[in-house]
Write a protein that binds this ligand. Structure first.
Ligand code: HEM
Length: 149
């Protein structure tokens, strides 16, 4: 299903989609890094309290609104005639990678709550490795949608 009335807005949808994903990626690249530093301070300490504020603001005021906006303009693009073909393999690789990216966002939210309640049990090394996930997914997504192999 597509909506012909969206065609004149295609370029605007693309522009707001790209702005949204830039903000979303910035937050998803930085949040695991905060968790790495948070592992280095004692639960209940002043430093830990400061990290809790930074993590809440980054997730609630940037990451989540940017994810919602990425999906909103992404779905508008899907509904715009000619933007994608459901039979194109590149589109499926992109779409599945975006689902994983959204899942990773959910995991970051769950890990934040563990830190908030001083119940984090994962080591610093775990978050260093987790930090690579959004980068790898972003590389796959951008190659798929720009090169369309
Ligand atoms: C959140 C769900 C998302 C949906 C539903 C979605 C959907 C789409 C659609 C339908 C297009 C238009 C394709 C075209 O006209 O060629 C597009 C363009 C684009 N998407 Fe997404 N996308 C999503 C997330 C992302 C993410 C997470 C990234 C990057 C990390 C991304 C990067 C891009 C880029 C760079 C373009 C512009 C491609 C171009 O103009 O050549 N998208 N997206």
């Amino acid at each position: 299903m597509t909506i012909a009335a969206l065609v004149p807005f295609y370029r605007w949808e693309l522009a707001f989609h790209v702005m949204s994903i830039i903000a979303w990626m910035a937050a998803l690249f930085y949040l695991p890094r905060l968790y790495v530093y948070h592992c280095q301070v004692a639960p209940g300490s002043v430093e830990s309290a400061r990290f809790k504020v930074m993590e809440r603001r980054l997730l609630k005021q940037i990451a989540t609104p940017a994810m919602i906006s990425s999906w909103f303009f992404g779905i508008l693009l899907i509904l715009t005639p000619g933007a994608i073909s459901w039979s194109a393999p590149w589109w499926w690789v992109k779409f599945v990678s975006v689902i994983f990216m959204s899942g990773f966002h959910g995991a970051l939210s769950k890990w934040r709550k563990n830190f908030l309640n001083d119940q984090n049990t994962k080591p610093e090394r775990f978050y260093r490795i987790a930090n690579e996930v959004p980068t790898i997914l972003m590389v796959i997504i951008v190659i798929m949608v720009v090169v369309q192999p």
